[in-house]
Design a protein around this ligand. Sequence first.
Ligand SMILES: *Cc1c(COP(=O)(O)O)cnc(C)c1O
Length: 469
Amino acid sequence: MNAKEFRVAAKNLIDIVADYLENIEERRVISNVEPGYMKALLPSEAPTEKENWQDVFDDIEKVIMPGITHWHHPNFFAFYPTANSFPGICGDILSSAIACIGFSWIASPACTELEVIVLDWLAKAISLPKCFISSEPKSEGGGIIVGTASEATLTALIVARDEAKRKYGKNASLNFVAYCSSEAHCSVKKATIIAGVQCNLVKVGDDLKLNGKLLEEAILKDKSNRLIPIFVCGTIGTTNTCAFDDLESISEISQKYEIWCHVDAAYAGSSFICAEYRYLMKGIENCDSFVFNPHKWLQVNFDCSTLWYRNVKIVERTFAIDALYLRRTDEQCKSAPDFRQWQIPLGRRFRSLKLWFVLRMMGIKHLQETIRKHINLAKLFAKEIQKTGYFQILEEPIMGLICFRSKENEETLRLVDELKKDGRIFVTPCDVQNKNYIRMSIGSTNVEECHVLNAVRVINEMFNKIKEE
Ligand SMILES: *Cc1c(COP(=O)(O)O)cnc(C)c1O
């Protein structure tokens, strides 16, 4: 395939992409194929001779689309949203064309330098403290794009473990323990498994928040059993119910016991682009690392998870490996990081392009408006769903998530199943201290008031259907 053929095929594909996103609402939001459906549609071996584009494009509708659950459908209210936008897609196209592997500065200076600058832009846009902003005079911190929040948490934990080994000696590492709330994302537990440290999931009370008092109790108990606390992950907006840990008291305790304080704000972090939500990250100035996912709620398509460290020297000390083929000469650029030393993989895509495109083509103002719109829609949904008289909500929504339930667990789960079979809207359940709830997560790029009101109607209708049986 040469450039001339590419121009034709790729322009065709752009039309397919634009049509898909423009008309997405005509599709069924949840895929209803049977497991293994694809086997019957594709040959068992790759073609020996090349095929033509038209046949490949035809297979998009035949083979791929039936097996897609449409995350950007305005009736997608499951999980947490994932973002998408045309500027983001454009950034990924350009990244695919350049296709560099930006592990060091010389591997593509623009790849490193744009990421440094755009992460500073973003840090300022959400008002992260100066210690995380690389261009601030006294700062020792900075930001990096990684693939996912899970990866960010693991990376921070590995750095914390390495620091602790230097402090307590290598042999102490068997006794290292990391903390998070019992409501934290399962990726924190997974990180401890990979890093080989113990995990203390601190049981939280009815408010579903980890706080300094609970953390300190857990630390003292573990210390009396000869364990060595090294790390705590505070969650700003849990996945289950969007609960907010009390970061201020957690970070105080983490300082008192000299343990690394990492903040997982994967979903809710995007809201800090609006000043009125920043109170939720009070205490951030005492934390060591902070991650959120612009690919969840800030119009950047997956994957774009942004991670900031307070002290990048410690990170580089952990991950510094010197291979001659990677070594850089000092003149190359003292002021730019070698991002391979801030992350687990060596290779990295040029992901800052899509973030840069989104920030420039939307502006902070539009991003703020979108967040506020989604939160207002969540408040509207909360009001309307309670009006039906059948449902109660867990609490008034702070972000775009509402958890609601009928009186019984079984009935609530049955409703989720019926809604899934019906296929007009997609919601998922959660479990809060032995009570089942339905999570209604509002954040799709295309969602409007009419979709939210329609969801209330569909939920009502399906609930009545169950009741009548
Ligand atoms: C979604 C979510 C994650 C996982 O994010 P990935 O980027 O998929 O790893 C972690 N923590 C919280 C609080 C989340 O909501």
